[in-house]
Design a protein around this ligand. Structure first.
Ligand code: HEC
Length: 150
């Protein structure tokens, strides 16, 4: 039920954008608050990342927004370790997160460092391309082993 909800909401989002996600929001409320919150926070991180890529690809002339997105990801990376309390298993989070806590903690730490590094590079006007690749590597470094369907 839970999985099919995310699948339905996922394809829905692709077709209709946010409005459809809101339509589904009620259905997930009673389920597992911590897992929902984690998923929503991760989606927010994903949104900032996609916006960064849009800017880098010069789809929009919003270089001035880069710092905002970098700050947001760094702030969320800093609280990412609070998103996985015991009992919050579910969503796209694989059981390995709770079965291999030390390995998972390493991925969280790598994410925190990459996000802080990206924020610093942006604020110093440095080479953003390399820093964003490093950040993307930290996302992938966790998703490959700890997120369903990756
Ligand atoms: C330490 C592990 C970890 C890192 C690092 C991480 N994520 Fe995630 N991410 C997860 C987990 C676990 C989920 C599944 C959450 C759920 O459904 O409960 C997830 C879910 C997502 C989702 C929702 C879609 C899906 O597959 O469930 C997006 C989008 C996302 N992450 C983007 C990112 C981006 C972009 C980064 C890097 C800037 C990132 N994540 C870094 C663990 C991580």
């Amino acid at each position: 039920m839970h999985t099919s909800f995310f699948r339905a909401a996922g394809s829905c989002r692709r077709i209709l954008g946010l409005g459809c996600g809101l339509l589904f929001a009620g259905a997930s409320l009673a389920d597992n608050g911590a897992a929902d919150y984690r998923h929503h926070t991760m989606e927010a991180i994903g949104g900032h990342m996609e916006a960064i890529v849009d800017i880098l690809k010069q789809k929009v002339p919003h270089q001035a927004h880069m710092g905002l997105h970098a700050d947001a990801i760094a702030e969320m990376a800093a609280i990412a370790d609070t998103l996985f309390p015991a009992g919050s298993e579910g969503g796209d989070a694989l059981p390995a997160i709770w079965e291999q806590p030390e390995e998972f903690a390493k991925r969280l730490q790598a994410f925190k460092e990459a996000a802080a590094g990206f924020r610093q590079t942006v604020s110093e006007g440095g080479e953003v391309g390399a820093a964003v690749q490093n950040l993307g590597g930290a996302c992938k470094g966790c998703h490959d082993d700890f997120v369903d369907g990756h």
